[in-house]
Design a protein around this ligand. Structure first.
Ligand SMILES: NCCCC[C@H](N)C(=O)NCC(=O)O
Length: 447
């Protein structure tokens, strides 16, 4: 058999780091506004519903206009190099628009739209920027996942996917911790966004390292006539739709992620209100969540590679998340150490589930349908990522207003309901794996 570039450990880890760095910049941009919620209210006058509208714009293109599915089809038809460059470019356009909205548009100007009614022009432009960014970002997400599966299948695949998630969490951690100090330094709400935009440019440049190496791999695979196994047909989408295991993973993904990322959008304010944390440092506690996952996701991925037990790992993660929200729902437990402890547990749960979930998709769905399968899962997941912040914003505004502040009891119940339901899907997936023999409980590394 001809030696391929992906057989070289150094080459495939270089690819992994290049792609992961690009993704990390995207994750930073994705959540950069989260710690600024209270400041947006104080400086721009955005209330919780407006913040919810902005957060939910994440799904305007991806979910409502089905652009994420389009992204998956582009990936399967045009390949990872083209799609990666395209998606990173789209992220940049969205980021610039978001920056423009916050920096240059007067927050008092209002405009009227057919479906939305009257709203701030600033909110509209910023949300449009975020919607465009989210299309590029999610398309890049499926592209990165497919790239890693392509380069690592049959090798340390879960470890590599775990490493990529770890870099992503580093981006989320930066998003939790950096915006307030950047704001304090420059005195402008737009500066953290500008900072991320410049980082994204760097991400764009580093992706080119992958482009060069992947071209080489393509040439080698063509010699071995391996490229054929990646041809995509539209009928493949129907085959994915008929796969019950796929739907269980997709539902688990929707519910579990909806209980984590949307929570992070409110977590800084939640820390201030429930645990009386000083606003200046309040972003640090949610920042602990990605910090833990940074090390644990590759660790659990490595365990999955060598020992298997993917479905069990996902079930344990969902159960731990239930424990976290039960603790958050207890009124008297409001010492900041409880918040720190729960963030650590949440971090473990948030390492367990993704470390097993993403490699498991590659065990249920064949390679040629993987781009579309990840796109469909991300689409389902985006319904929660976009919808839950809006619901939480509305619930806070309607039922949680206490003077100038908010009571987070109902939002915590919403998050608890989501993760309780995710436990059911984790159990269903485990049973389906037993019946269909997907091999989710088996190691990934082929001896
Ligand atoms: N703000 C982050 C949203 C990430 C969504 C993305 N579709 C995803 O699930 N990525 C994998 C992960 O575990 O982050």
């Amino acid at each position: 058999m001809v030696q391929k570039i992906s057989d070289s450990v150094a080459a495939r880890w270089t690819v992994l780091i290049a792609v992961s760095l690009t993704m990390m910049c995207g994750y930073f941009m994705c959540d950069v506004m989260s710690p600024l919620k209270t400041l947006l209210q104080e400086i721009m006058g955005w209330d919780s519903v407006e913040y919810g509208v902005f957060s939910s714009s994440y799904g305007w293109l991806n979910v409502i206009l089905l652009m994420l599915i389009v992204g998956g089809v582009i990936l399967d038809k045009k390949g990872a190099r083209f799609t990666g460059v395209f998606a990173t470019g789209v992220m940049l356009i969205g980021a610039v628009l978001k920056y423009y909205g916050i920096e240059f548009i007067d927050p008092t100007i209002r405009t009227t739209l057919p479906f939305f009614g009257e709203m701030r022009l600033q909110l509209l432009v910023t949300s449009l920027g975020y919607a465009i960014f989210a299309f590029g970002y999610e398309t890049m997400g499926i592209t990165a996942t497919k790239i890693i599966v392509r380069w690592f299948k049959g090798k340390e695949m879960a470890l590599a996917l775990g490493m990529q998630v770890a870099f992503a969490r580093l981006g989320t951690m930066l998003a939790m911790v950096a915006p307030i100090p950047i704001y304090n330094m420059f005195g402008k709400l737009s500066t953290p966004i500008l900072f991320c935009t410049v980082l994204l440019l760097f991400g764009f440049a580093i992706f080119m390292v992958f482009v060069v190496m992947d071209r080489k791999l393509d040439k080698e695979r063509a010699q071995e006539a391996l490229a054929d196994d990646e041809k995509f047909r539209f009928s493949d989408i129907l085959l994915i739709f008929r796969n019950r295991g796929f739907w269980y993973i997709a539902m688990l993904c929707l519910l579990f992620y909806a209980a984590v990322f949307p929570f992070l959008k409110f977590a800084t304010e939640f820390m201030i209100i429930k645990f009386n944390v000083n606003p200046e440092y309040a972003g640090i506690i949610p920042g602990l969540l990605p910090l833990g996952t940074l090390f644990l996701t590759p660790l659990f991925g490595g365990i999955y590679d060598k020992k298997g037990k993917g479905a069990t790992i996902m079930l344990i993660g969902t159960l731990m998340l239930v424990g976290v929200y039960i603790t958050f729902s207890i009124t008297g437990l409001n010492h900041w150490l409880v918040a720190v402890a729960m963030m650590i547990v949440l971090g473990i749960a948030f390492s367990l589930v993704p470390s097993a979930m993403w490699p498991s998709v590659a065990k249920i769905i064949p390679m040629e349908r993987l781009g579309s399968a990840y796109a469909l899962i991300f689409w389902v997941q985006n319904i929660g990522l976009a919808g839950v912040p809006l619901v939480v914003g509305i619930v806070l505004d309607k039922y949680g207003k206490v003077g100038d502040s908010y009571d987070y009891t109902y939002p915590v119940y919403i998050f608890l309901a989501l993760c309780l339901t995710s436990v059911i899907f984790a159990l269903l997936l485990k049973r389906e794996d037993r019946v269909k023999g997907y091999g989710l409980e088996k190691p990934n590394i082929k001896k």
